[in-house]
Design a protein around this ligand. Structure first.
Ligand SMILES: [Ca+2]
Ligand SMILES: [Ca+2]
Length: 256
């Protein structure tokens, strides 16, 4: 068990919250610092829980807030935030920050506070399960999307699990689809292609085989013999192969 550094409670005037679509200024909140990790209260998410329990790393009972913060530190880089209920002493380290799309607005659960690890990712990038993600609304050909991500030391998103697929869908693809920015083709590149060998789709950056997939039934079908790059389609997040030269939005991903 690592030793605890002193727990500090300080106040901030303002922190900036980025959703990838826009940024919102958040007013004052408390911060905890444990072993150089600063967890800042996000006062917009009080008394709420996420809509998807897959975003919990674990759940603990009867712990202090210091112990809860330490749980987050011991689960780095996967811990992006903690939910703590002071009344019950319940602690839930989270794989991601919360935002309007990830909370269950129907149920108000008294006593919960959200503290985010505000250094988990660079400014504007959003953490999930040890990786950082940035959505690009400027449409690009797949090759140009790859170049743009590479310039940010990242790659076009590569999806290994249904949780990651759902998180990408809820945070970026579906949001964009519902937004005023959406015009005509509003689906999104994922970093999957069979350019090297027709019919064999591999993750471009990791040069790895597909382990989990979400192909729509009948896809990939290489329609008109010109579809070598994969897209995610709202509202269900299923995958299709598509023409690489088309211009679409995309998400970049990198390790923390
Ligand atoms: Ca990934
Ligand atoms: Ca297709």
């Amino acid at each position: 068990m690592p030793s605890l550094s002193p727990l500090h409670a300080v106040f901030f005037s303002v922190i900036v919250w980025h959703t990838g679509m826009n940024s919102v200024h958040v007013s004052a909140g408390t911060a905890l610092t444990v072993q150089n990790v600063r967890l800042v209260e996000d006062v917009r998410f009080t008394d709420v829980l996420p809509s998807n329990e897959n975003y919990y790393i674990k759940s603990l009972e009867n712990v202090s807030i210091t112990m809860c913060a330490l749980q987050c530190v011991t689960h780095l880089p996967h811990c992006a935030a903690i939910l703590y209920n002071g009344g019950e002493g319940t602690c839930r380290p989270l794989k991601t920050h919360l935002n309007e799309n990830l909370v269950d607005n129907k149920s108000v659960k008294k006593g919960w506070k959200l503290f985010i690890n505000d250094k988990a990712c660079d400014d504007q990038w959003i953490p999930f399960n040890g990786h950082c993600y940035l959505f690009h609304e400027t449409k690009a050909k797949m090759e140009d999307a790859e170049t743009q991500c590479a310039q940010q030391n990242a790659y076009v998103v590569e999806i290994e699990t249904s949780e990651e697929n759902t998180w990408i869908l809820e945070n970026f693809v579906q949001l964009y689809y519902n937004s005023d920015q959406c015009y005509l083709e509003c689906w999104s590149w994922i970093g999957l292609s069979d350019r090297q060998k027709e019919g064999v789709f591999t993750w471009i950056h990791q040069n790895s085989n597909v382990t989990w997939n979400n192909w729509y039934p009948g896809e990939p079908n290489n329609a008109h013999s010109i579809q070598d790059c994969a897209i995610m389609m709202p509202p269900f997040g299923d995958w299709y192969d598509h023409e690489c030269l088309d211009c679409l939005v995309y998400t970049c991903e990198k390790s923390m």
